[in-house]
Design a protein around this ligand. Structure first.
Ligand code: GTP
Ligand code: MG
Length: 139
């Protein structure tokens, strides 16, 4: 059983989509293991998006992700990382397949409703970052 980190971003929280989005993950068999709401600290978002720190959109992305409340989740299930990425859809909502979260609730490449870890290794690091404990020690 695999776990992954999902963040419902400020745009979707503001639009009251937490329930609708969680329902889509649950409908695909994913299980909500842990969750909380917060306005992320700048340092946390900078660490989370470290890989993008040289991109021109990085300052704007950090500002967006620290601007308001997010809903942070640990979801588990078979192939959870890949299943979440499929349900989320393409980064740019204009290119996302129908029925994906970004098709339904995304507004632009930045305001795209959700984040999902992109590999099991990234999921482990991100879960440690957002849930503050070593996930290997849980089982
Ligand atoms: P995440 O699940 O959020 O990591 O999305 P992703 O893996 O599909 O995209 P990626 O990791 O490449 O980018 C991380 C986030 O940066 C995206 O989800 C967007 O919010 C934002 N982003 C990516 N590309 C662009 C861009 O070209 N312009 C802007 N403004 N934001 C971008
Ligand atoms: Mg990514």
């Amino acid at each position: 059983r695999e776990s992954t980190l999902v963040i419902i971003k400020p745009d979707a929280v503001k639009k009251q989509r937490i329930g609708a989005i969680l329902s889509l993950y649950e409908a695909h068999g994913l299980v909500l293991e842990e969750a909380y709401i917060c306005v992320p600290e700048r340092a946390l978002i900078e660490k989370h998006y470290e890989a993008h720190k040289d991109k021109d959109f990085y300052p704007s992305l950090v500002r967006f992700m620290t601007s308001d409340r997010v809903f942070v989740m640990k979801l588990s299930g078979e192939n959870a990382v890949e299943v979440v990425r499929e349900i989320n859809g393409a980064t740019d909502p204009a290119k996302a397949r129908v029925c994906t979260i970004r098709y339904l609730y995304g507004d632009s490449v930045q305001f795209n409703a959700v984040h999902g870890s992109s590999s099991p290794e990234e999921a482990e690091a991100e879960l440690a970052l957002w849930f503050g404990k070593d996930q290997d020690e849980e089982e």
